[in-house]
Design a protein around this ligand. Structure first.
Ligand SMILES: Nc1ncnc2c1ncn2[C@@H]1O[C@H](/C=C/CNC(=O)c2cc([N+](=O)[O-])cc(O)c2O)[C@@H](O)[C@H]1O
Ligand SMILES: [Mg+2]
Length: 215
């Protein structure tokens, strides 16, 4: 049977990227998506904004929803100090398997936990599973209609604290209007928009950074 896009992306990484070198993994995926086959990774332009927000946040605990092939997982984790942990949630077992191999190729497997399952099922279990209080940084890049229910679930589970930063991909394209409305017109968040383009295209898109103001 034909290979899947994630499998073809992984093959490009294993052929073109240097083992243990996260930047070469990122470059190999961006090259694959620009010259061979588009894939829904956050990409290089929005990825540079993601890098800046991660670096200014200096998070100790990180959550990502929607691992896909692990591109943004590698982007974020390569910037984290040794003691930190990143939890990334992926409901598709085949994508999770590809992501684990991409993360391993980057040499970042010891700093990442790829959790297989649906975010709504796993979020309520995280505090106990990992002995954490709150997430310092959350990256939303899963189904766009899950952004709003999942940020509310994170609040209800006490997994956001004052200063927690939530960064959401694709708030213009494909868009997450209910989520945007919630974080922009709600005193619990201080929100700002970073204009950019949809990965590997000239279509307008952007990221929304929302800082939790505390209960
Ligand atoms: N509730 C949940 N729990 C766990 N994993 C979940 C989940 N919902 C979705 N996922 C996973 O997250 C990824 C989906 C991403 C949707 N992005 C997109 O649909 C998307 C589309 C475009 N686009 O169309 O141009 C551009 C982009 O940057 C995009 O992120 C898939 O790997 C999927 O299995
Ligand atoms: Mg995205």
């Amino acid at each position: 049977t034909r290979t899947t896009r994630p499998q073809r992306l992984l093959q490009a990484v294993s052929i073109n990227a240097v083992r243990g070198d996260p930047d070469s993994v990122i470059k190999a995926i961006d090259h694959f998506c620009k010259h061979t086959e588009w894939a829904m990774n956050v990409g290089d332009e929005k990825g540079a904004i993601l890098d800046l927000v991660v670096m200014e946040t200096c998070p100790s605990t990180v959550l990502e929803l929607g691992t896909y092939c692990g591109y943004s997982t590698v982007r974020i984790t390569r910037l984290l100090p040794p003691a930190t942990k990143l939890i990334t949630v992926e409901m598709n077992p085949e994508y999770a398997h590809v992501a684990r191999q991409v993360i391993q190729h980057a040499g970042l497997q010891d700093k990442v936990c790829v959790l297989e399952g649906e975010s709504a099922d796993l979020i309520p279990k995280m505090a106990n599973m990992f002995g954490i209080q709150a997430f310092d940084f959350v990256f939303l890049d899963h189904w766009k209609d899950h952004y709003l229910p999942d940020i509310r679930l994170l609040e209800d589970c006490g997994l956001l604290a004052q200063g927690s930063v939530v960064l959401a991909d694709n708030v213009v394209c494909p868009g997450a209007p209910d989520y945007l409305n919630y974080v922009r017109y709600n005193l619990k968040y201080s929100s700002r928009f970073y204009q950019a383009h949809l990965e590997y295209t000239r279509v307008l898109d952007g990221l929304e950074r929302s800082e939790y103001q505390g209960d």
